[in-house]
Design a binder for this molecule. Structure first.
Ligand code: DLL
Length: 433
């Protein structure tokens, strides 16, 4: 039986949702116009006055906001209310440039935690469950967001944060954890460690995992599900919009329902900014509908994605987004060909390897080179040169047909590639140096 946390919203008719979105949208735009001089100036520079925004239909008139705007206005430039009303900040991991700091009022946190509670409930969570939150706590939103959602659902919450892998497994077993929340790469690592300890799916009480914060392939999902004996659900979000829970997967496990009563999505052409029709692939853009401290209108996420309003078997009417392929800034251009790390991952996993790999890009004599270093699993381990060469050749062929590019493949011994406890860093691009 499908469970919902806020059924009236999650299963609302299209008319009801549109009415709600329209009302919130007009309020949010006015809130920004009156309280965020940075954005008001952007509107004025684009010759848009508040009077021009009469309904949702006028959304496209508003200028975009980008990560560069957030950096430029750091730290207080996009604050939508008196700092005195704010009770929390969270911040991005800062891997690409200056950190982004997002602010929250108590109401903002409440809405965010509702979104995470919807995700946990969609994964089957109830007040009978033990929910272990192994996302990092602190400035990263993963830990605090799912912790809050877990409280709201009434689960017994185990805030382990990430790291200390053997202790994670000890808690899972001793406290009978049923729901695990962490990045997919950390879930894969936990699964690997469980196998090493001789633990199979029947020795682990887990039934579901809520994994997100990075792109991961369908093949990786199957691998984790098999190792742990669970159902693995995707969850998406970004600090700028609150954190995890912008969208979440349901029992259908084929795309994430966007909490569109809080976050209005659009897909645009990343080069021209043109809004694309439903079903097109492009950059995901969000407008927050009811955030007080950090309201963002038409924020460009850089995530490459697709939206669909196809009827979902779970009964939710919330629009769905496909698993993001990756970020436009993660996309590698190698000898003129667009390559997403997730495509490489799919090929490796289809050949029986785990998600322990590194992509090394370089430029030699003005030509881009692509090397994929992949770990042999203990099952696939061999030290026979001929066999290694054959396996490397099979991967080169697989990558060629997926990417249309010739890559060099190097098989390395098990356990030689560093494991990740948070978001995995898989690409080393030496061309920038
Ligand atoms: O990663 C928030 C989060 C925490 C989401 C825990 C899910 C679970 P940031 O650190 O600001 O926030 O990074 C946001 O991560 O723009 C995407 O590029 C990527 N991302 C997040 N979730 C997914 C996902 C958190 N499920 C950026 N699939 C986003 C693919 C994801 N990419």
């Amino acid at each position: 039986m499908e469970r919902y946390y806020q059924k009236d919203i999650e299963c609302a008719s299209r008319e009801t949702m549109l009415e709600l979105q329209n009302e919130k949208f007009l309020k949010q735009v006015r809130h920004v116009w009156e309280n965020v001089p940075y954005y008001r100036k952007k509107m004025e520079d684009n010759n848009v006055a508040i009077e021009d925004i009469k309904s949702l239909e006028d959304l496209h008139k508003l200028p975009f906001l980008s990560k560069e705007d957030l950096r430029e206005s750091y730290p207080y430039g996009l604050l939508g209310c008196d700092l005195k009303k704010c009770v929390r900040i969270q911040s991005t991991s800062g891997t690409t440039g200056k950190r982004v700091v997002a602010f929250y009022t108590p109401e903002d946190i409440d809405l965010w935690e509702d979104c995470c509670a919807r995700a946990i409930t969609a994964a089957g969570g109830t007040d009978e469950d033990v929910c272990q939150v192994s996302y990092g706590y602190g400035l990263f939103t993963g830990g605090p967001g799912l912790n809050g959602g877990s409280h709201k659902v009434g689960c017994l919450t185990v805030p382990t944060s990430s790291g200390n892998t053997d202790r994670q497994i000890m808690f899972i077993r001793d406290l009978s954890t049923t729901i695990l929340c962490c990045t997919p790469s950390y879930a894969a690592y936990l699964g690997e460690r469980m196998k090493e300890l001789g633990l199979g799916p029947d020795d682990i009480p887990l039934k579901a995992g809520i994994f997100g914060a990075e792109a991961w392939s369908e093949e990786m999902r199957h691998d984790i599900e098999k190792t742990m004996g669970i159902k693995a659900y995707d969850i998406y979000g970004l600090t700028e919009l609150s954190g995890p829970g912008v969208s979440f997967e349901c029992s259908a496990q084929n795309g994430m329902h966007i909490n569109e009563d809080h976050f209005l999505p659009e897909i645009i052409d990343p080069d021209t900014g043109e809004v694309l029709p439903e079903g097109s692939e492009g950059e995901l853009v969000f407008t927050s509908l009811d955030k007080e401290a950090f309201p963002l209108l038409r924020y460009r996420t850089k995530d490459i994605c697709m939206l669909s309003r196809e009827k979902c078997s779970c009964g939710r009417t919330l629009i769905k987004m496909r698993k993001p392929k990756g970020r436009s800034d993660d996309m590698l251009i190698i000898r003129g060909v667009n390559v997403f790390p997730s495509q490489i991952e799919t090929v490796l996993m289809n050949h029986g390897y785990a998600a322990n790999y590194q992509i090394i890009v370089d430029r030699v004599n003005n030509t881009d080179t692509l090397e994929v270093r992949v770990e042999m699993t203990p099952e696939l381990f061999t030290d026979r040169i001929i066999e290694i060469k054959e396996r490397q050749k099979a991967l080169v062929d697989g990558l060629k047909s997926m990417l249309g590019l010739k890559a060099q493949v190097t098989l390395v011994a098990p356990k030689t590639i560093t494991r990740s406890e948070g978001k995995a860093v898989r690409v080393i691009d030496n061309r920038k140096i």
